[in-house]
Design a protein around this ligand. Structure first.
Ligand code: COA
Length: 280
């Protein structure tokens, strides 16, 4: 199955290791820079198609989500700012009632992203606001340029976040900071986002692509089976209490002792060699 084409998201595949056929990193770019990559219905449906493709394509090992860079402005006009995603497309809120939104949420692209079984990284350069902050929080790891800004400004629209910030943002930064962000709608700098645990790494804009790819390549060099078990286990723990979560982890850890890749990894360590995973 080839990558689904769309006018609003671009998908490029990059090799994990150019010297070895060990799979690829899917770089997914939300491509509406004139609207700061806001999430309209077309983007949401393209993201769902992308998720279906990622799940059914074994050679895709890691997914990076990013936003398109600004276009050159027409003469005499100011350039649009850099954005990861500046939120849900507010123009689509006009005239909508609760029942319309319930239908929209029944098949929710941000939940689809969150439920990707493979490692996901948000590469953020610019505004990550509202649904954009929530797309970033639905990835496993966030790497941001130092000019990025995060926020949940829905309060200024008479709304609250709707794509999981009350859960996933709160899991990352804690109750107090989440309440501050939701109540005030104020933005958090990349530096502060790093300090409070919202992003994993911050770097200069020129280094963002290489920093993100380096992490994607490192993750992609591990056993895909073990990565999947690791992700599923942490996710299961989020949905359970401590005792149940520890039991889930112990069972997942035990089950890996029957895997070929545990034999390969342990043997490679003892032989001081590089593991060549069965599940590349
Ligand atoms: N939905 C739809 N369009 C959006 C958008 C959104 N969430 N965010 C930005 N845009 C559009 C603007 O309307 C503008 O379009 P235009 O040039 O056709 O008029 C374009 O993107 C550029 O944005 P602009 O507001 O002119 O840039 P700015 O530098 O003055 O301000 C922001 C940047 C991010 C502060 C501002 O765009 C903003 O507050 N966006 C909304 C953020 C938000 O509330 N998100 C949560 C939605 S639930």
């Amino acid at each position: 199955m080839s990558a689904p084409t769309s006018e609003v998201i671009l998908i490029e595949e990059h090799p994990i290791n150019p010297d070895q056929d060990v799979g690829s990193i899917a770089l997914v770019t939300i491509d509406r820079p004139d609207k700061l990559n806001a999430l309209n219905a077309d983007v949401m449906s393209a993201l769902k198609a992308m998720v279906a493709w990622v799940e059914s394509t074994p050679h895709v090992r890691v997914v990076i989500i990013t936003g398109a860079q600004p276009n050159d402005p027409p003469e005499g006009k100011r350039a649009k700012p850099n954005a990861f995603v500046a939120g849900a497309d507010i123009t689509e809120f006009v005239g909508k009632k609760s029942d319309d939104i319930r239908v929209m949420f029944a098949d929710n692209a941000v939940e689809a992203l969150w439920n990707i079984s493979k490692p996901t990284i948000a590469m953020v350069d610019g505004f990550a606001l509202g649904g954009g902050c929530e797309v970033a929080c639905s990835c496993d790891v966030r790497i941001a340029s130092d000019r990025s800004r995060f926020g949940t400004p829905e309060i200024n629209l008479g709304l609250i976040p709707g794509y999981g910030a009350t859960q996933r943002l709160a899991n990352l930064v804690g109750y107090g900071k989440t309440m501050e962000m939701i109540f005030t709608g104020e933005m958090v700098s990349a530096e502060e986002a790093h300090r409070i645990g919202l992003v994993n790494k911050v770097c200069a804009p020129d280094d963002l692509f290489e920093t993100t790819m380096a992490m994607a390549r490192l993750i992609g060099s591990k056993s895909s089976n073990t990565l999947g078990v690791g992700k599923a286990t942490v996710r299961a723990a989020l949905d359970s209490g401590l005792t149940e979560g520890v039991a889930i982890e112990a069972e997942a850890f035990a089950s890996l002792f029957d895997s070929k890749d545990k034999e390969i990894g342990v043997t490679a360590f003892l032989n001081r060699s590089t593991p060549e995973w069965k599940h590349q």
